[in-house]
Design a protein around this ligand. Structure first.
Ligand SMILES: [Zn+2]
Length: 87
């Protein structure tokens, strides 16, 4: 997975995404989201694991357990199933 391939994606999705940093000490759990449009469940298992569904909302998850970056055309259609962030 190269950094270049994410450029066009982040450009396209720049209006709707959020990143949550995870302190190493607070890490736990997994990084899983679901697209409410196509009901695809996606898990990012490591820092550069960018996973995206194929429907029009283009829901994605990235960052593994180092940080949680999620996004899509409409962020309200992205459901966080599991977060690596201790709350
Ligand atoms: Zn989708």
């Amino acid at each position: 997975m190269s950094e270049k391939s994410t450029d066009t994606l982040s450009q396209k999705l720049s209006n709707c995404q959020q990143t949550l940093a995870v302190n190493k000490a607070e890490r736990r759990g997994r990084n899983i989201v679901m697209c409410k449009v196509c009901l695809t469940v996606m898990e990012s298992t490591h820092r550069h694991d960018f996973v995206q569904c194929s429907c029009e909302n283009e829901t994605f998850v990235d960052g593994g357990i180092d940080y949680q970056r999620i996004g899509g055309r409409d962020l309200s259609l992205v459901e966080v199933i599991e977060s690596p962030i201790c709350k």
